[in-house]
Design a binder for this molecule. Sequence first.
Ligand code: NOJ
Length: 746
Amino acid sequence: MKKVYSILLLLVFWVGIISVPAQKNVGKTSTKDAQIEAKVNALLAKMTLAEKLGQLQQLDGDWGTGEARPEQLELARKGLLGSTLNVRGFKGANDLQKAAMESRLKIPVLLGFDVIHGYRTQFPVPLGESASWDLEAIERAAHIAAKEAKSTGLHWTFAPMVDIARDPRWGRVVEGAGEDTFLGSKIAFARVRGFQGDDMSADDRVMACAKHFVGYGAAEGGRDYNTTDMSEQRLRDIYLPPFKAAVDAGVGSFMTSFNSLNGVPSTANPFLWKTLVEKEWKSNALVVTDYNATKELVNHAIAADEAEAAMKTLNAGVDLEMVSKAINQNGEKLLKEGKITMATIDDAVRSVLRAKFRVGAFDFKPIDEAKQKASILTDENRKAAREIAGKSMVLLKNDNNTLPISKSVKSLAVIGFLANDKRNMLGNWTADAKPEDAVTLMEGLKNKLGSSVKLNYAMGCELKCTDTKGFDEAVKAAKNSDFVIITAGEDADWSAEAASRSDISLPAGQTELIKAIHSTGKPYAVVLMNGRPLTINWEAENSPAILETWFSGTEAGNAIADVLFGDVNPSGKLPITFPRSGGQIPLYYNALPTGRPFAEKDKYTSKYLDIPNTPLFPFGYGLSYTTFKLSNMQLSQTRIGKNGTITVSVDLENTGKRDGAEVVQVYIRDMDASMSRPVKELKGFQKVFLKAGEKRKIEIPIKVSDLGFYNAQMQYVVEEGQFRVMVGTDSQNIKDEMSEFFTVVK
Ligand code: NOJ
């Protein structure tokens, strides 16, 4: 019997070998894909080893001018440069592609750039934009960014960042969609669609890049580039789905992450690239390393030198090396030593060429300067930026309808450095945006109010706010005005790459300034500008109104003025938890239960001695100038099969006096599973606009197949048994009557 099994196994193994093509050619392919594959193979057959290794190299052009460096032009002329980052624009793109057209095989250079939340027209930073919970708006913003970028000769953006981030100390929370896997996956899909559309070679589309694969957002201590260590279950349940959503949207590329995951750096991790991306997801997307990440394998101490680093990168299934030159310079030697194979090199080259065909790089037409200028920062794009910025703002507090401000005020004090600053409005990663394009809050207020309202501006202090010299002037401005707007927050560079903070409070001086304004007794609103959750306990307790505006982009000032004066009713919802203290981190709504949940009177339960377990502001939270009421929750059935879809219906009523939008959120809890499951998980939502007084029945379908998880055997399972469904307008305040149960049956 054993022998029969061995023969069978051998046969399966053998059939496996001969039926798996050498190249990454996976999944279903269309005729277009097949044509591209044929062209790729024909070209590959003509290439020398040096030309192949050239294709696996991405070099860093001059960020400031957008031009390739002289040595890069030379490489391109010889057909020895695959790709660049930062080369763009009329001169940069044209010169480099012309050089490539002089090469033997005339293979164009693939031009990539970080177009993260806009090219020239900036939209809110991605975390802020995610607070809109408006997938159509998010897709539109990416589409506009793609269109502007494409007009400058770019083929490829290194976005979206789809890393789940549960640690706001990590500065790059600003670049993603926040803490939730379901919301993050929907947004990943929308962003990839926005960048790529159906055809990434179109004039208004670029290739997207799902980054950073994977676990980058789970760095220990929230410190950028630091180690990530987690169970495979957590990886699969929480961190992978947004990447899979990007694949489902057809993403053309991936980027490795700087971190090691469970001891193996992503750039040298075959489990990630070969097992997950290639085999499980059947993706043949191009895989680029992050900046110098191959060379850094030596720092990770998993490669003795750059040659070994190159070997591990290629053998892991990574294709293109960003900036460091380990593959290019050691490829030939590694091949001779038998440490890499020609099939591996060819496979990587195919990925690069395939991407070039997909983005239409071979059909290069010189960039027309006038056309380029006419395509960027158009009135239409600015209008979209203003609209989307308005949708992304989150009203955190509004005692006694402090906001909106009445348009009949005669004078307004505007306090704070950020109220009068252009650069910070754009946020971090601003591609080719120019600070002078940005509208400050002061300008936005002037645009809205004209000369009818006297604006009394006082800075108060700089962002770090280390002295109180300007406080008196600020207090005086407040006393002389009917209403005070005070801005507070971060410098855009504090929420960014390499910008982790151990303490995520406002600089103490900023809170002191707010206290000084508070003590004048004037009505006031705090306008926050920041790229991460902040621990703003004093403000949350004492300030009458707080509006979270993130860094909302080119049209920031106009959009904030729209919301402050009620022309736009805020409808944003937090995509990430705001903790009370850095000591609570990580704090996220979809945590696993504990055997000893907090109980007031029982010492031996899970808690802190000094602060509550609860967040300052929970995931999904955000107020409006109107009020909404949920009622009449119903489930389409109470027993359902594993392939079924259950519909949750609820009546939503706008019970206030203004039109507005609310996000109805559906959370699920698996009540009894073979593994401990989160206390709740978002599984559906709908953003609904209702006129004042309007009531509407909302139906949100939930696929039972989405309710599964990876079990101890790493199989995705939907288990039979009872589930609880909860409907709310944030993740915490869910009323008893908004909770029902259903049972999943075979
Ligand atoms: C490093 C960052 O981690 C990555 O996100 C970015 O795309 C590259 N640098 C290129 O700028």
